[in-house]
Design a protein. Structure first.
Length: 253
């Protein structure tokens, strides 16, 4: 198995387990990650996901190059089908997941590993982690959504600097740019990710999902359309137990 899943109470930790390959994303690994996310979404006991990589060298060094090369050799249609559609499916699934996905970046986050980090709503990095967009050295732009999400995170010029040079940036700079929420010592990484998960899942699951959906679906819209998205998700929470219980607790205080 190239993916390991462990549940600790309300938090599931999904680990990309190809340490010898720097947790590179071959097609079976991507497909397994998608299947695990489907399973986790259907499990009401699970309130949050921590996604990390095996070992200390890499979260993920990106797409598995032999797989990618074989697809490209088959021409544009095959490459689009096997690389781009699969990569977009994974990053969009993470971005739109109804439970918070927290990426714990335990080393290199290059290519597809960086794109997963961009797609996740929350991320924590180990101090030795680094981030890069090396696809240009292979002759093509980022294919898992990185040409669109990274500039939205860090701005057009800084995003293009990473995409056009392929040069890595350290975890501290990634935090300064807003690519990750924080940086911690490597031996604290998973604890910090679980602590962040606990701070989120203490709130009603309907509220958490509504907040995720409102931000994800509204962030790139004009403000009036974004406000309409916000209003719709607020209205969806009004009849829920989360609202009733939250108001009762407040009024009792």
């Amino acid at each position: 198995m190239t993916v390991r899943t462990e549940r600790d109470d309300h938090v599931v930790t999904i680990t990309i387990d190809r340490e010898a390959k720097l947790n590179a994303l071959d097609y079976p690994t991507i497909d397994t990650l998608l299947a695990e996310l489907d399973r986790v979404e259907a499990d009401d006991r699970v309130r949050a996901v921590v996604l990390t990589g095996a070992g200390r060298r890499a979260f993920s060094a990106g797409a598995d190059i032999p797989s990618l090369a074989g697809s490209i050799a088959g021409g544009p249609e095959r490459a689009l089908r096997e690389i781009v559609r699969r990569g977009h499916a994974l990053t969009r699934r993470i971005e739109e997941f109804p439970k918070p996905v927290i990426v714990a970046v335990n080393g290199l986050a290059y290519g597809g590993g960086c794109e997963i980090t961009e797609a996740a709503p929350l991320a924590i990095a180990a101090e030795h982690a680094s981030f890069a967009k090396p696809e240009i050295s292979l002759g093509f732009p980022p294919p898992f959504g990185g040409s669109q999400r990274l500039p939205r995170h860090v701005g057009r010029k800084l995003g293009l600097e990473m995409i056009l040079t392929g040069d890595p940036i350290p975890a501290a700079r990634a935090a300064g740019l807003g690519l990750v929420n924080g940086v911690v010592p490597a031996d604290r990484l998973l604890d910090a990710a679980h602590d962040l998960a606990d701070r989120v899942v203490r709130h009603a699951p309907t509220a958490v999902t509504a907040c995720l959906r409102a931000v994800t679906r509204g962030i790139n819209l004009p403000i009036d359309e974004g406000l309409a998205v916000e209003a719709a998700w607020f209205a969806a929470t009004v009849p829920t137990d989360g609202v009733r219980d939250g108001l009762r607790r407040f009024l009792e205080r």
